[in-house]
Design a protein around this ligand. Structure first.
Ligand SMILES: N#[N+]C[C@@H]1[C@@H](O)[C@H](O)[C@@H](O)[C@@H]2O[C@H]12
Length: 447
């Protein structure tokens, strides 16, 4: 082992999942349906008709999965709460059965010395709220704050790191602009409205936390650095639009109280004007930025590309099964960008990982996944480089603990450091899990 890649003392090493992707049992113990429970039943929307009805059966197997985290030596676990388990109609009546499940999960984590990091919303909106307009209804900021307050009162203290939303960009781009994710809308007028209400809901939940909570709350965003395909003015303008749309659209309102100027150029007549008081709500100070990193995009101008007029350019590089270039330097570059643009806020890498084809489970207790091992090692070294440049990175959550339901891709893409046989529910650590365990145990020296 080498001191070369030792991380700061107290760096928080963990893994991440989300409720709908792993729990299964979506309607048990009084839970209500989510928009994903509906969406997976829409013919043609999810690979092979896969659903989260069972997934990794984590709702029933959570004790075994926590034991697995402990055996790997993980110090933290980032998970999300299914809103519709807590409030089956999305608002009003609280469901004790839902609270009891997350009580059991959080207490089991704490008993095993694992810190829970709780995300309030990871895409699985209660279907009853979608029936009322969902993220298009301005009242959702109050509904979300009501749900958040129920969770704060029950869990704050045992949970010390909260996140309001996971990847609002994906919620809007996938669910309202391109229609590939629940609730499956394809409408350029709806997308900016959904974005704004997501941000207002975030602000309302942070405001509620300041009144009721005593620890830390942040926002989790996916950031994908954009690099111009050429030095032409057209390509550089395309990068500005793509960067504004994917990277600055959410953090600028939270940190600066305004949207990037490029968004009105992108959405044109579909770009609304919002009242100033909305931005006072949105820009409630947060305690950290959760940053999900997967890849970069080399970007060129493309007049036909709707609505950005920007398109990616394939590189001569390794690509993951989800079609993402392996580009660790993009992680360093984006951490430095966060440091310089937003005043070096505390950052947790709340997701980073890769889907590669995994061979059938080998005999014994480990499956070899060399490409994922390489991805993990290179991206952790990229984070270390950023920390050496003064970036305030405080933790890393490997995506994902388990192979799971990859949304519209179903079970066809495996991101887990632990293999799941979805027929038997057998868990098998991959070689990446064994490496990660050594890295965690040595605080990076095993890198
Ligand atoms: N695709 N992909 C993997 C991963 C997805 O499984 C997570 O739920 C999201 O938060 C984020 O998109 C990243």
């Amino acid at each position: 082992m080498s001191q070369a890649f030792e991380f700061p003392q107290g760096f928080l090493w963990g893994s991440a999942t989300s409720a709908y992707q792993i729990e299964g049992s979506p309607l048990v113990d009084g839970a209500g349906p989510s928009i994903w429970h509906r969406f997976v039943r829409t013919p043609g929307m999810v690979h092979d008709g896969d659903t989260g009805d069972v997934a990794c059966d984590h709702y029933r197997r959570y004790k075994d999965d926590v034991r697995l985290m402990r055996e790997l030596g993980l110090k933290a676990y980032r998970f999300s709460v299914a809103w519709a388990r807590i409030l089956p109609e999305g608002k009003g009546r609280v469901n004790p059965g839902g609270l009891d499940f997350y009580d059991r999960l959080v207490d089991t984590l704490l008993e095993n010395g694992i810190e829970p990091l709780l995300t309030l919303y990871h895409w699985d909106l209660p279907a009853a709220l979608d029936d009322r307009g969902g993220w298009l209804n301005p009242d959702i900021a109050h509904w979300f704050a009501e749900y958040a307050s129920v969770m704060y009162r029950r869990f704050d203290g045992r949970v010390k790191k909260w996140a309001t939303l996971n990847e609002p960009w994906v919620v809007t781009d996938g669910g309202y602009l391109h229609g590939a994710l629940a609730p499956g809308h394809r409408n350029r007028f709806e997308a900016p409205i959904a974005t704004h209400h997501l941000l207002r809901a975030h602000g309302a939940a942070v405001q509620a936390y300041r009144a009721e909570g005593k620890h830390a709350i942040g926002l989790v965003v996916n950031l994908e650095p954009k690099y111009a395909a050429s030095d032409s003015a057209e390509d550089r303008a395309a990068v500005r639009r793509a960067d504004a749309y994917m990277n600055r659209q959410y953090l600028d309102p939270v940190f600066f109280g305004r949207y990037p100027d490029e968004l009105e150029e992108i959405f044109g007549e579909a770009w609304p004007q919002w009242p100033a008081e909305d931005f006072e709500l949105i820009r409630q100070p947060i305690d950290y930025v959760g940053f999900n990193y997967y890849t970069r995009s080399v970007t060129r101008h493309d007049e036909q590309a709707w609505p950005l007029k920007a398109a990616p350019v394939k590189q001569h590089a390794t690509y993951t099964e989800t079609g993402w270039e392996v580009f660790p330097q993009g992680l360093t570059d984006t951490l430095v960008w966060l440091r310089d643009r937003y005043g070096n806020p505390p950052v947790y890498i709340t997701e980073n990982g890769s889907a590669f084809y995994d061979p059938p489970v080998a005999d014994g207790d480990t499956l070899d996944d060399p490409l994922r091992v390489d991805y993990l090692r290179k991206h952790l070294r990229a984070i270390h480089a950023a920390i050496c440049m003064g970036c305030d990175v405080r933790g890393y959550m490997a995506w994902s603990l388990l192979d799971n339901l990859e949304w519209s891709l179903g079970f066809s893409k495996r991101f887990g450091i632990v293999h799941v046989d979805f027929q038997t529910q057998k868990r098998t650590p991959k070689r990446s899990a064994r490496l990660y365990s050594r890295i965690v145990g040595s605080n990076g020296r095993a890198l």
